[in-house]
Write a protein that binds this ligand. Sequence first.
Ligand SMILES: [Mn+2]
Length: 363
Amino acid sequence: MIQSRLARVRRLMHTERADAFFVFNNEESGQPGTRYLSGFSGSASVLAVTRRICFLMTDGRYFEQVALEAPGVILVRLGEQPVGEWISNLAKKEHWKRVLVDGIVTSAADFALLKKRLRGVNISVAPGFLQQIRTVKETDEVKNIGRAAKIAAGAFHKFLKTIKIGETEKLLAARLDFFMKECGAERIAFDTIVASGANGARPHAQPTDKKIKKGEFITFDFGAVYHGYACDITRTAALGRISPALRSLYEAVRAAQRAGCLAARAGITGAALDEVCRAVLREHGYEDYFLHSTGHGLGMEVHELPIVSRANSKKLPAGSVITCEPGVYVAGLGGVRIEDDLALTKTGAKNLTRMITTDLITI
Ligand SMILES: [Mn+2]
């Protein structure tokens, strides 16, 4: 698996006449490129893919972890010598003329370090190259997203039985996170959203101290991580009896989301799939209340390529995993979003989150 990924990087290097490809991983960046190309899941490292070898430079906190997770790399122990010095020595030894750096994950500081240490070497940016490769998932990657979805779904079903009127959004979010971890999540994929009543009108609301009340909608947007892969699920539930106005919001979003899931397959463009959902909301009179795009790619990161929006006129590739998550948000009233994760094939899509019903759940 790792070998075929490295082979793809080396093909790019060959086309670009490059001697090395660099991925920097800072404490802050949290980007998965290094793990994708080596298996190493720690932070603070520099990965250098050369024509024959994959080097991983990191510090003493991680030596043992590298041996365990990334047996295929040559470990360069930082601390014994500074990273810049090691890179310039290797460049001299191997007579590098040109190197590539990943254009999305490299900070200006790291780029400057390379420039300083590789005088006379051409340094070029490969914009989003790893993101492109990661768009098409291998079988095991889709399985991991599916496992993450099973964990999150199991936790959600358990969680639903515990919800009580009068609890705060913050408390509910904390409990859902706990259940995901208890059910086997490696970590939580992103800050869980619990938004009730009028707060549901903000698509990315932070949980507040607001207590949940009867007659409101409550939206949960949550995800677990399994072996480095995330799922991303949203359900909106009713707290007791709801008004006909809220009921009609739900039915519109549900119809749009179902149409999107049925239309999803490899070969449809991101824009066309977005339009499938948008058209249903238009028929119901809610198009102006759909404040975001239909979905996004999903994998080691919660948001990756391909984008399912009006801006993406490219065909969605087979092997990509996307979300389908139309929503409607009415200020003062509330909001509804329903989100499933779909693995695209040439003939359709496998719904990885089908274990949780999209029928209206009443608590
Ligand atoms: Mn999402």
